[in-house]
Design a protein around this ligand. Structure first.
Ligand code: GDG
Length: 503
């Protein structure tokens, strides 16, 4: 890592803005600060574009109350945005994770609405917008990521009308009947409409957004176009559509093909007493992931005597998440109580029922777990996409393993040959688990081949390329008076119901 000298701030032609940077600031045991690369899917997907376009990444470095200078990391310019302890409490843990997160996930947990959280959200979004505006070259492209930064597109457009602005929402966008609870619903919609292209995980999310636009503003929509009228300015055309995110599929397959990872998978199976079937759940410990529903189904199958611990073991990795938010502390207690009860009731001296792990693991270990698991359980109650489902398929180069997948994930729109379940229907979930355990090898292979085809074809680089090319076209079309419907086949839709009477 070295200090950034060239180009000077204000000269980056491509900027990504996200709450977290692709590097974390860490403090060593002796107090020395350093940086740790956190190579998520987004970083992997954007790295080539970043290098090609000499791009910069604007975000928070993961440590409160420190002001850090921009620097370069592995060919990417890093522009840290500071957050104070108060910002973390109000903007991040409060408004982002205790208002928007539950609201956007179908109010599985009750959202809290606090005006001080909102004020902090506005202030922090402005700080991110200012940082992007100060660093963007004339006519640059800025891609804003996720629900923590929904006001940034509009703020940025006001500061820098020359920019091309994209926004991608990684989590669901809820139906209007739920969204309309938000006291600041119109401001958020207007914030997002500052972008030229707004990406969602599912077609349904884009539809929910367009409907909210019609209910809360006077703008007209003609799928996927929204005409945004602003007093005293020319009408702008915004595209809102689905761009389902994916993973770096090849890298998962490559890891899975390595002999030491396969040896580790065999060792995991051995360590669990070589049961006939290993089932696996991998989730952040989050109430949206349906971990409790999964445990209930598994516990009932043991209680009914339809499976035995000697034959079927469940491994549950629940990586620590948002541990200072009350709903997450309560969830942890609830899950761990259930795991303890099931193990207490059914484990034997030689076989555990649930092998439960409240840690994060290195990626190699995750891939070994994917290879060791005969059945992967993804039972989210609502999930923007769910990358774990895709990672499992990418790792299974042996065309084996069964994916049980909730229909409430974005992934279920694509992974149609999984065993799709409604996790609220516990009897249905139990039947699907039994079907997965008993599935004959040829059917497992035929399903897994189809799943893998999809995951390998639509990888994360295809996702980013598709979004960025739509963004580039939107820019060209905006300047050439593009007509999205030259044959006049589609109706503009406008709802004239005042928002207050809606639903
Ligand atoms: C949000 C949306 C959307 C988990 N534990 C460990 C670990 N992980 C990795 C998984 C996967 C990622 O974290 C989790 O991604 P998901 O998609 O499953 O879920 P969210 O964290 O909720 O992500 C989601 C996503 O954004 C992208 O748009 O799909 O809907 O909620 O990659 O493998 N990785 C390692 N150790 C762990 O212990 N190494």
């Amino acid at each position: 890592m070295s200090a950034t000298t060239d180009p000077a701030p204000g000269e980056y032609s491509f900027i990504v803005v996200s709450n977290r940077l692709p590097v974390d600031r860490i403090i060593a045991a002796d107090g020395t600060p350093g940086w740790k690369h956190s190579p998520g899917g987004l970083v992997t997907a954007l790295e080539p574009v970043m290098r090609e376009k000499d791009g910069a990444w604007v975000g928070w470095a993961g440590q409160a109350d420190v002001e850090l200078e921009p620097f370069e990391n592995d060919g990417i310019h890093i522009i840290p945005v500071p957050l104070s302890t108060d910002d973390l409490e109000n903007y991040y843990e409060g408004f982002s994770n205790d208002t928007l997160w539950p609201l956007y996930h179908d109010v599985i947990a009750a959202p809290s609405y606090h005006r001080v959280w909102w004020d902090s959200y506005v202030a922090v979004n402005k700080r991110f917008a200012d940082a992007a505006a100060a660093n963007a070259a004339p006519d640059a492209t800025v891609w804003v990521q996720d629900y923590q930064l929904q006001l940034v597109p509009k703020m940025l457009r006001e500061l820098r009308p020359d920019l091309t602005i994209g926004f991608f929402n990684h989590i669901p966008f809820p139906p209007y009947g739920i969204y309309s609870q938000l006291p600041w619903r119109t401001q958020i919609i207007e914030g997002m409409l500052g972008a030229d292209v707004i990406g969602f995980q599912r077609v349904a999310d884009a539809g929910n957004f367009s409907r909210a636009v019609r209910r809360l503003t006077t703008n007209m929509t003609k799928n996927p176009v929204i005409e945004v009228a602003t007093a005293g300015q020319p009408t702008r055309r915004v595209i809102a559509k689905a761009f389902p995110i994916s993973i770096d599929s090849k890298s998962f397959e490559e890891l899975a093909r390595q002999p030491h990872i396969q040896a580790r998978a065999a060792e995991i199976r051995e360590g669990l007493g070589n049961p006939g079937t290993i089932m696996l759940g991998v989730d952040r410990l989050d109430y949206t992931k349906g971990i409790g529903h999964r445990l209930k189904a598994y516990g009932e199958l043991l209680a009914d005597g339809r499976i035995e611990v000697e034959d079927v073991t469940l491994v549950q990795v629940a990586s620590p998440s948002r541990e200072r938010v009350k709903a997450y502390m309560d969830l942890r207690d609830e899950i761990e109580l259930t795991v303890g009860r099931i193990n207490g009731d059914y484990a034997t001296m030689s076989h555990t029922a649930i092998s439960y792990h409240h840690h994060g693991y290195p990626r190699e270990e995750m891939v070994a777990l994917y290879l060791a698991a005969d059945v992967m359980l993804v039972t989210a109650l609502r999930d923007g996409m769910n990358l774990v489902a895709k990672e499992y398929c990418a790792a299974r180069f042996d065309n084996d393993g069964v994916l049980v997948l909730s229909e409430f994930t974005g992934a279920s729109d694509e992974l149609k040959r999984s065993l799709r379940v409604n996790p609220h229907d516990i009897d249905g979930l139990k039947d699907a688990i039994l079907a997965a355990i008993a599935m004959p090898k040829p059917e497992r292979a035929s399903r897994m081949k189809a799943l893998r085809k999809r995951v390998l074809e639509y990888d994360v680089s295809r996702w980013s390329t598709s979004f960025l090319s739509t963004l580039a076209e939107a820019k060209i079309n905006a300047s050439t008076g593009f007509d999205p419907d030259p044959l006049g086949e589609l109706e503009w839709t406008v709802e004239r119901v005042p928002a207050r009477q809606a639903d």
